[in-house]
Design a protein around this ligand. Sequence first.
Ligand code: SF4
Length: 412
Amino acid sequence: MTQRYFQKGFGLKSEVGPVLARTYQSAAIERLKGLGYEAGAGGLHFKLAREFGFCYGVDRAVDYAYQTRRQFPDRRVFLSGEIIHNPDVNRRIQDMGIQILRESKDPVERFREVSSGDVVILPAFGVSVPELTHLKSKQCVLVDTTCGSVLNVWKKVHYYAKDGYTVIIHGKHHHEETLATASQALTHANGQYLCVRDVAETEMVCDFIRGKAGAADLMAKFREAASEDFDPDLHLQRIGLANQTTMLMSETLKVQETLRRAMIERHGEADLESRFRAFDTICSATQERQDAVLEMLDAGGLDLMVVIGGYNSSNTQALARMCAPRVTTYYIDSPQCVTDTGIRHRAIGATEETLAAAWLPAGDVRIGITAGASTPDSVVGETIERILALRGRKAEDLTQPANIEEGSQSYA
Ligand code: SF4
């Protein structure tokens, strides 16, 4: 029987490797790393987070997309939505003739164009169970790049749902990964889910658990974020917490603690184990990027942070949210945001970009740089090059001052 489902690439890594390196690596980043992640020129001092940019899951997904194009040069190749949340990467993938399908809640509508013999790449954050079932019925070739860390969350969801626990997902209910994760719960008889975005939404659920809020009020808020026949009276008796892999770690711990306390208040400590389960399912790549930013912020001395990644990238948003309360932060989605007239950026919680004209102070400036897990080095490197160009400098001019540790750096 002809194989139609692929999860491990096509053995073309050595062929696409050089193309990926040329496309997504950056000489500026290599230079900065070689200088110990801190270097400057023209009064601009850059400090690069120790962990930033492409994670293992994104690396793999992009690699498989390039391999797929090579493996099927004459077939139509589709992507079931953006492969990752980065505009530069998605544009390059479209330039190879891979078509990104429009979003739709209805799998029939979403995959209307796909026929048997076509190839569909499934993204790193996975697709929902109904979408996968529908695609399989179309007899098309599927290249599944779902990240192992997402599969790990799904395992936890099955573990909860099969034992009759409602799955509470700390995540954005409209995010592809969360939709896919929630759909796993529904594969079990009486499987239910409810998504909470943050601590404030968790508190609303806890008000119900403690008997301080009614079911109707709760569902008025969570109708879109819960399984179709969700009944708070029935389905908040036993709960298991999982989270979207890219949420803010500190927040997910608060969500967990808030729910745990509410369950104890409502049912008593002795009953907790049979009523509440929790696993932190933040992926290690997200965790490492957040830890690296925390380390930079705690070290102090930065005048500003530039956070680079798609505006719809949850893990980039989390990085920007960590930085913004502690240092002036510019969250940008591409190097082109840095211009002669200022920096176009998106403030936390805003839906539009704004232009900050006087963002780069005169004289010596210490700039922290980080990027989300879907941002390639090429994008981070070009951003640094464009900032350097504002002072008439290039990446090759970057040097590390001998006395950087003492904080008395200066650059010619
Ligand atoms: S952010 Fe984490 S879960 Fe998402 S693709 Fe990267 S490693 Fe996988």
